[in-house]
Each structure stands twice: as C-alpha cells, then as structure tokens.
Design a protein around this ligand. Sequence first.
Ligand SMILES: [Zn+2]
Length: 205
Amino acid sequence: MSNTPSASPLPRQIDPRKFAQQGIEISGSIELSDLSRLGELLFSSKGQVDAHLTFGIGEQRILNVAGRIDACVENICQRCLGGVSVELNCELNLAILWKEEDAQNLPKHFDPWIVGEGQTDIYQIVEDELLLSLPIVSYHDYECVPNTYFSAGEEEASRVIEQEPRVSPFQALEQLKGSLQLGSDSEETIKSSETNDSLKKEDDN
Ligand SMILES: [Zn+2]
C-alpha cells in the first residue's frame, strides 16, 4: 500500500453484491464536503479521505467488503476551539446482509452492513466508520492556551459551584430582611417584619 493520496475519487454509487461476486477492488479519495454528517462535527471541511475497499465472498459464502480508510481532518481543540489535525485510520470488515436478523449467526470478525437490492451509496458506510473513529475530544499537543489562564478559569468555576448550596432561600430572606431594617425604618418595612413575626408564631404552634 502506498502513502501517496489517491488522485481519483472513490466511486460513490455501487452494487455491493455484484462487486462481491466479481471480487472487485476500489480505491480513491473522497471530498470531506461530501460527508456532511462528519463535516458538521469538525472545525473545517479541509482534509483528505482515502479509502481502499475489497469486495469478495468469504467463509460460509458470506458476501463482504474489507478495507481501510485513512483520513486527516481538522477536529476542534477543546482548549482553544481552534482547528487541530487528527489522523483517522479505520479497518473495516463488513458482511453484506439483507436484514438485521441475518446478523445473528455472523462470525465475530464481521460487522453487519444491511443493504437493499441494487445500487447503494458507499460514502455512507465510509462516513459511518470515520464517525466511529473520531475522538470525542481533541487538544493541540502544545500549550495553545496558557496553562495559568486555564487553571484560573477552572478554580473560578469550582468556587461558584461550592458557594451555591451554602446560601439557602431562608438565609437569603433573613439577609434581605436585615438589610431592609437597617436601610430604612419606614412604616412599610415595619409592617412587613410584623407580618413575618406573626407567621413565625403560627409555625411554632
Ligand atoms: Zn488548542
């Protein structure tokens, strides 16, 4: 296998069963813009996808496709939210099946690929494999955001979380009452504190 990118595009609409029966191999590149589900998760649509797929008939006369997909894409760095290059390499070994139930007795090294009659979009399966191999989080391997800045932010966040349970609604009311009494001795304030006192008495009973 060579490392040079395949120049020609991978055929998109193919008949996988016919390909398997004829033992056809296909290889080529795919534009990231053709893989919109993957593209939505990435930092940009810049990148290269290369696939090499071999169709055939394996043990138990199972029609299958095996191969390799390599891609270099720009994931989002979870520290600076910039683009970070990520290599995706997947090996696939799929049994071409008519329906879910056919997967029950499948040898373990196969993953099921449920396909209807005739032509199908092979890019969908390539995209599925790439989505599975995409890391959940990526970071630049250098300090893209100064460490001090980042840890200060974390400290700040934990302090906020710690403080929240400390102030109960009752404490907040007490504080409000206190500040009202200190701040003004108008009739309105006195009335409201009287009301509170009478409520308290009722609670005691
Ligand atoms: Zn970064």
